[in-house]
Design a protein around this ligand. Structure first.
Ligand SMILES: N[C@@H](CCC(=O)N[C@@H](CS)C(=O)NCC(=O)O)C(=O)O
Length: 316
């Protein structure tokens, strides 16, 4: 029997990330910002890791923080890197140690580790440990802590501007549980009642963002907060771009599709994808579709990947 993520009530409960240190330039910091000291481990399929890939590009950090990309297939032992002679476009070996599995890095960091081996991971090559594996915190670190090491055209980009922090925090507070995690809570439910409750809440909150974006578009603006790209756009984009290709069918989030039923969310997503390289170049629909449909055998036992929707994202 493959893994079931729900508890006995049929509800999916996500576990908190456990490595929660911070890169900081404050005196005495255990993890000071330095070029080429830290390394990111990601999956191109994963919406949480995708947040960090977008941020790494937007902030011009590609030559400062290295990157290893796991294969899209996640089995009962978790994520693995590309094996010798194996082909999987955009996946890599582990560039630091050449290990086969992400779990080996978790055990290197803590031999008694007992949790799941999740991406994203920010690894410190100096102390050989995991600094942090929580995407919402990694996003904030990449936003501020390397600013003195990068070109001013990148350091001036602020994804969590102080003028909008209250508004951003308030949006994160309902977008995360109802939308980002809402698709997982719908898809991993193993009883009818929790599924219906979660999918209903998900669509109520998609309608709420649709309304916000309608007003923004009417005012000639393109982003969710203020008139500037913030972490709210990044955090929502990585869920919405997976919605029609995967969540609608695989996670049974099928009370509507972004392309047919949410014109303003669709317009906002297409704008980010087609007009911002950091979004388009980090969105890999093959990794996304293959990962979910061929890794969650409890949901899709034969691992058949549906052909549609075609296209994965509509033209502008
Ligand atoms: N709270 C974490 C969640 C990360 C997470 O759940 N990642 C999934 C992939 S989408 C993972 O690596 N799962 C591995 C597993 O469950 O074994 C974050 O936002 O960084």
């Amino acid at each position: 029997m493959s893994k079931v993520y729900a508890d006995k009530d049929g509800q999916y409960k996500r576990k908190d990330s456990v490595f929660r240190d911070f890169i900081s330039s404050k005196p005495g910091s255990k993890f000071p910002p330095e070029a080429n000291r830290y390394h990111l481990y990601v999956s191109l399929a994963c919406p949480w890791a995708h947040r960090i890939m977008i941020t790494r590009l937007l902030k011009g950090l590609t030559s400062i923080i290295g990157l290893s990309v796991v294969h899209w297939h996640m089995d009962t032992e978790g994520w693995r890197f590309l094996a010798d002679g194996e082909e999987c476009e955009a996946a890599t070996i582990d560039h630091l140690y050449g290990v086969k599995r992400l779990s080996e890095l978790y055990f290197k960091a803590n031999p008694n580790y007992e949790g799941r081996y999740t991406v994203p991971v920010l690894w410190d090559t100096k102390t050989e440990t995991i600094v942090n594996n929580e995407s919402s915190e990694l996003l904030r670190m990449l936003n501020t802590e390397f600013n003195h090491l990068i070109d001013p055209k990148y350091s001036k980009i602020d994804l969590y501007p102080s003028a909008f922090r209250t508004e951003i925090d308030a949006l994160n507070d309902w977008i995360y549980p109802n939308i980002n995690n809402g698709v997982y809570k719908s898809g991993f439910a193993t009883k009818q009642e929790p599924y219906e409750k979660e999918v209903t809440a998900l669509f109520e909150h998609l309608n709420k963002v649709e309304q916000i974006l309608k007003e923004k578009h009417e005012a000639g603006e393109e982003f969710i907060v203020g008139n500037t790209l913030t972490e709210v756009d990044i955090r929502l984009y990585t869920t919405i771009v997976r919605f029609d290709p995967v969540y609608h069918q695989h996670f049974k989030c099928n009370l509507g599709m972004i392309r047919h039923d949410f014109p303003n969310l669709n317009k906002w997503m297409k704008n980010l994808y087609w007009n911002y390289e950091a979004f388009k170049s980090t969105t890999d629909f093959d990794h996304i579709k293959f990962h979910y449909t061929k890794s969650h055998s409890q949901i899709n036992p034969f691992g058949i990947t549906p052909l549609g929707p075609i296209p994965n994202i509509m033209e502008l």
